[in-house]
Design a protein around this ligand. Structure first.
Ligand code: SAM
Ligand code: SF4
Length: 436
């Protein structure tokens, strides 16, 4: 979502005369678009700011001025603290304020004394104030359809940094998708912190769920593939499962975070689903779409997690089988309920559990890739590969696939017979084109 937000910031800044540059040194305005989800991500911002300060000082010595802005969720969560720790920062703005950038930059340029702080949640959604997205550069695009979260998992900062759930109206999403397709996009990934809680106003004025939105998008001529991320198990409804059964453009791949396999921990996390409920959802999805594969998020070392709880996570992994997964050590986030729990887990235990979990997940990923050998998979050709005459694309399961193909075929969805698999990619040879 930060990538999407950054492109939208560029859309706003272009009319002011700003263009992207390749070297930071050439920038008149430098924006760090930040993530606050784990402590490591937030701390990275301050170490990066140390380098930015040197750059700004060096430019000042040459008589050049550079505006430094910090946006995103660290800006939202830490606000004035960013200005205190890094007083050379000119502007701090949250993820719901970036449509105000022209005005905020003006204020930052006139800055007298401290930097400008903009971390309110404006009442009007920012999407109403954003210009039309600029022409897309590639054949795949992100499209934010939902933002914010009302779930309040006890470990997570998102409800505090991104605010309450908001869904963009269907017509607005379709219009943005149509423009993207007209500029050459063949695959759209719908984004939301909780994307399957989507309930945008439909053309008939009634709320429309993610399944309905997917069906609407699938009618756009030229759009070959639809994905969505990230989903919450509680919001997987019949309509979405039916879309996986009926809509060929919807990729048979779902990122469905489970976090833990232990019901006791899931309750403490306020996840609102049990491990059993997760298993049943996966079963229904696989029944509706037999070639569906899954990825997931896991947190190890959540406060109070016993060896038995962790074993329940390993058992769930073993039983479900994931094509891919992200796993993290629990990170204490100030202001979230779990951060003040008494029974925090020692770092060493977290590290051991993460290593054990990642071993199991990596093995499944390798097995999933190897099981693709001999199958014919569709590939959206995205860019030239490292070798002459080679192109790289993605499978329905987001695996990179290398094939021999001419560069002018970028944007085509072709079929490839998979001949080789490694831990992170596949190679194959072209069968016939399935869509141009
Ligand atoms: N909304 C999605 C869901 O509920 O499944 C997840 C979105 S969250 C931005 C991405 C992932 O970051 C989560 O699924 C979780 O695994 C991880 N995460 C969030 N807070 C964390 C924390 N305090 N420590 C470690 N990992 C965390
Ligand atoms: Fe965070 Fe996802 Fe839970 Fe929302 S549902 S609080 S985004 S982990």
């Amino acid at each position: 979502m930060n990538i999407y937000d950054s492109t939208r910031m560029l859309d706003i800044l272009r009319p002011l005369g700003y263009l992207p540059v390749h070297a930071q040194d050439d920038a008149d305005l430098l924006i760090l678009n930040t993530c606050h989800i784990r402590e490591k991500a937030a701390e990275k911002v301050y170490s990066e700011l140390g380098l930015v300060r040197q750059l700004k000082n060096a430019k000042a010595r040459r008589g050049d001025h550079m505006i430094v802005a910090v946006g995103g969720c660290v800006a939202q969560a830490e606000g004035a603290e960013v200005l205190r720790r890094a007083p050379f920062v000119d502007l701090v703005f949250g993820p719901q304020s970036y449509h105000l950038l022209p005005e905020l930059i003006g204020r930052a340029l006139r800055r007298a004394g401290g930097g400008v702080l903009a971390t309110d949640f404006p009442v009007e959604p920012k999407f109403d104030h954003l210009p039309e997205p600029s022409v897309q550069q590639g054949v795949t695009a992100f499209l934010t359809v939902q933002e914010g979260c009302d779930k309040f998992c006890s470990f997570c900062v998102v409800p505090y940094t991104r605010g309450a759930e908001y869904s963009r109206p269907v017509a607005e999403v379709l219009a943005e998708a149509r423009r993207a397709v007209a500029s050459g996009v063949r695959e759209i990934t719908l984004l939301g912190q909780n994307v399957n809680a989507y309930h945008g106003k439909g053309p008939d004025g009634r709320p429309c769920g993610l399944g309905g939105l997917v069906r609407g998008l699938a009618c756009l001529p030229g759009l070959g593939r639809i994905r969505y991320t990230t989903s919450h198990p509680q919001d997987v409804d019949d309509e979405l499962i039916a879309a996986h059964r009926d809509v060929p453009e919807l990729m048979p791949y779902i990122h469905l975070p489970v976090q833990s396999g232990s019901d006791r921990i899931l309750v403490a996390m306020n996840r609102r689903h049990t491990a059993g409920a997760y298993r049943r959802i996966v079963e229904r999805l696989r029944l509706a779409c037999p070639d569906l594969a899954l990825s997931s998020d896991f947190i190890v070392g959540f406060p109070g997690e016993s060896d038995g709880d962790f074993q329940a996570t390993l058992d769930l992994v073993d039983e479900i089988g994931f094509a891919q997964a992200y796993s993290f050590k629990y990170s204490q986030r100030l202001g979230t309920p779990a951060a003040s729990a008494a029974d925090q887990i020692p770092e060493r235990v977290k590290s051991d559990r993460l290593a054990a979990l990642q071993l199991a997940l990596d093995k499944q990923k390798r097995q999933f890739n190897e099981a693709c050998i001999g199958k014919v998979l569709t590939v959206l050709l995205e860019k030239p590969g490292r070798h002459d005459g080679q192109m790289v694309g993605r499978s329905p399961y987001l695996q990179s696939i290398h094939v021999a193909a001419a560069a002018e075929r970028i944007g085509e969805i072709v079929s490839a017979l998979i001949t080789d698999a490694s831990a992170n990619s596949l190679s194959g040879s072209l069968a016939e084109a399935v869509g141009a």
